[in-house]
Design a protein around this ligand. Sequence first.
Ligand code: PMT
Length: 405
Amino acid sequence: MCSILQDKKIILGVSGGIAAYKSVELLRLIVKEEARVRVVMTRAATAFVGPMTFETLSGGPVLTDLFEENGASEIRHISWAEEADAVVIAPATANIIAKLTHGIADDPLTTLLLAVQTPVLICPSMNVRMYQNPITQENLKRLQLFGFHVLQPESGPMACGDNGPGRLPEPQTIVEHLRRVISPKDLEGESLLITAGPTQEPMDPVRFLSNPSSGKMGFALAKAACRRGAKVVLISGPTPLDSPSGVKVIRVRTAKEMEEAVLQYFDSASIIIKAAAVSDYRPVEVSGQKMKKGSENLVVELCRTPDILKRVGEIKEGRVLVGFAAETENVVENAETKLKEKNLDLIVANDVTRPDSGFGADTNRVTLIFRDGRGESFPLMSKEAIADLILDKVMEIKTLGFRQD
Ligand code: PMT
C-alpha cells in the first residue's frame, strides 16, 4: 500500500488533556502508514500518558523538556522543526493554543511550533466552556489567519460530565485530515462529481433488485479529490459508509434518482467519475403492498433503467469523463467497448470475480484504458491508492489534453 504519509516526517505534539490517551492510537495509525514520527510532549501531557509509551511506538526519543540532556534537546527542537513535513497537535489544550497565538515559547512544543515552516494541524480538545470561551475562539481564528489548520472538535459527553463541543475527534479522522494537510493541492479549482454504491430498484415495499457494491471505491475517490483541493459532490446509492467531511453527499436509492441528481450537479462539474454500480433493469410494476407467496414460479417483468453515463457522455462538452467497467469475462475488450459507446476519456476496468477486487473488498486490481487506446494494468492495491492513481491520470488528461473531442 502506498500512502501519502509514507516516508513523511511527522511531528506529533501532545499537550496535557484527558484526550492524550487517544494520541497513542493516533501515533500507531500514522506509524502504520509508514511515516517517520517524532513525538513532543508538554510536561502536563506526561501526567496523562508516560513518554515511554510514545517512545516505544515511535521507535525514537520523545522530547519533553527544553533543557534535558545537557541542552541537547534545545538544538533538537530546531532540527526536528526544520526536517518536519507536517506537525499535528493532538490534543491541543486551550493553554497551548493561547501560547501559540501569542508567540510564547517556553516549552519544547511551543518552541518547535515557532520554528516550524511546514503545515501544522491543530486538534483542539478541552472542556466545552473553555472551548466556547471567546478568548479561545478568538485565538483559534487568529491561528487560522496565521495559516494553521484547525480541526473542529466533536460534540458529545465529556470526561468532566459536561456535554458539547470539545471532544478530540477519533484518531482515524485526524489521520484523514493530516493526509489532507500534507497533500499537494493539484485539484484546486476543479469540481468533481462522483457516483458510488449500488442502486436499489424496488419490487414491493420490502424487496428490491440490487448488487453487492459497498460504495468504498467511490467514497475513496471523493475523499482523495477533496484532500487534493477539489470541490466534491458525491452521489451515492445506499451504503452504511459515513459521509466524508468536506464532501457534499447526496444519498439516493434508484437509478432514476441517481440520474436526476447527476443531471442536477452536472453543470458545475469539470470532472465526472462514475464508480456506482447502477442496476441496468428495474421491475416494471412496483407493488404497493408486500407481494404474497403464490404459485411455484414467479415471472417479474423488468425494463431498462436510464444509462446515466451514456447520457452524460452525450452532453459532456469539455468535461473529463471517467467510467468504471465491472466485468466477469473479456475484461479489457468489454471495457473498451463501453469507453467508445459512452464517449469516455478513461475507463477503469475491474474483474469482479476475484474476492480481493471489485465489490465490497478494500482492495482492487484495475486496468486503465484511455481514449487514445493506451492501456495500463496495475497490481492489487488499496482502493485509496487506486483513487489517487485515477486522479493522477485525470489530471494528466486535463494538462496534456490528449482527449479527441
Ligand atoms: O462499491 P465497491 O464495493 O467499492 O465496488 C466497486 C465497484 C466494483 C462497484 C466499482 O469498482 C465498479 O466497477 N463500478 C462500476 C460498476 C458497474 O455498474 O459497471 P458496468 O460495467 O455495469 O457499468 C459501466 C459504467 O456505466 C459504470 O461507470 C456505471 O456507473 C455506468 N452505468 C451503468 C448502468 C447504468 N444504468 N448507468 C450507468 O451510469
